[in-house]
Design a protein around this ligand. Sequence first.
Ligand SMILES: *Cc1c(COP(=O)(O)O)cnc(C)c1O
Length: 397
Amino acid sequence: MPGFELFGDRERAEVNQVLETGVLMRYGFDGMRNGQWKAKELEKAFSERMQVKHTQLVSSGTAALTVALASAGIGAGDEVIMPTFTFVASFESILALGAVPILVDIDDTLTLNPSAVEEAITSRTKVVMPVHMCGSMADLKALKAICDKYDLLLLEDACQAIGGTFEGKPLGSYGDLGCFSFDYVKTITCGEGGAIISNNENYIKNADYYSDHGHDHVGSDRGAETHPFLGYNYRISELNAAVGCAQIQRLDEFLSIQKKNYTILRSALETASDITFRRVPDGGEESYAFLNFFLPSAEKAKAAHKALGAAGVDACFYWFDNNWHYYKKWEHLTEKKSLGKLPNEVIAQLPDYSRSDFRKSDHWMGRTISCLIKLGWTETEVTQRANTMVEILSTLR
Ligand SMILES: *Cc1c(COP(=O)(O)O)cnc(C)c1O
């Protein structure tokens, strides 16, 4: 997955163009920038690649989620449905707005279970936020039908699945809004950065203003801008955007390397007994950023994870025990540990997650192993890795 593995001359050349003008800010300074508008250029390229009308770049993937929600008018007390398996950014972005994260179970897609989503809907629900974890997607068709039925917003977190598709559409472009991260370990990196995509002009205009203190960006005199609504600073810098300008041009090259490496590993693992693979919903094609599979029991999965590590097969994760990605280790959320007082709506509405029953999620996560697909492996390295994995997984007791 990580685009930093192939950081090179093109990235350096783009950054140098910015350094030569010295204009590191994405807005204003028109006379000094010598025609360089890296953030705007990346927004255009990203919209084209994602087949949407609009892109707004921001400072991170977490900022993208926060700004996307804000731009659609989500605020205090609104409920946002999200999965138990995701990154902490999902509930951070919701809580940042005084909205309430409603966790629901995942299924064998390792993403939102559509029937669990429907059961969790209340009169306060405003958004369904599927997270396309580890290179594959939620059942977007089923989720869209639910969103249409209850008049909810569908916001896709595609941070870990850039380049995957559903019914031929790039992930992130299927719902009302899509969010991406370009942090250092993502498929496309800017160092730090994020993007919101949408075909809704109003959302993206809101996102543009909101991520820059509510400035209206009308005309070229920044001092004359007014403020239609409150905002914050979630801007990306020109230096970060410049790296992205180089990386977006390499996305398809990265994706084909991911697919090639994934296919070698997967074909090998299909010969190992006891292994089954994560379900990809009908109509979906993975980004191949990870290879995800199930062992018959949690005990076997733990043993397999340990044995793989001991044999030097790196970058295989047992998320069930991971501090970042699974609800069991989010003690700050489950114990409501906040530096200051939480908004009243959150105090009143946030479920007590220390007592929740997510056994259906545990059933799948407890048995899951996810192996990161690297871009820098040589063919010999992947083949050796495949052989070692098959050997270990076939001899497990
Ligand atoms: C990385 C990631 C984010 C947040 O992105 P940052 O740029 O690191 O803030 C959000 N959601 C998912 C699923 C991610 O993997």
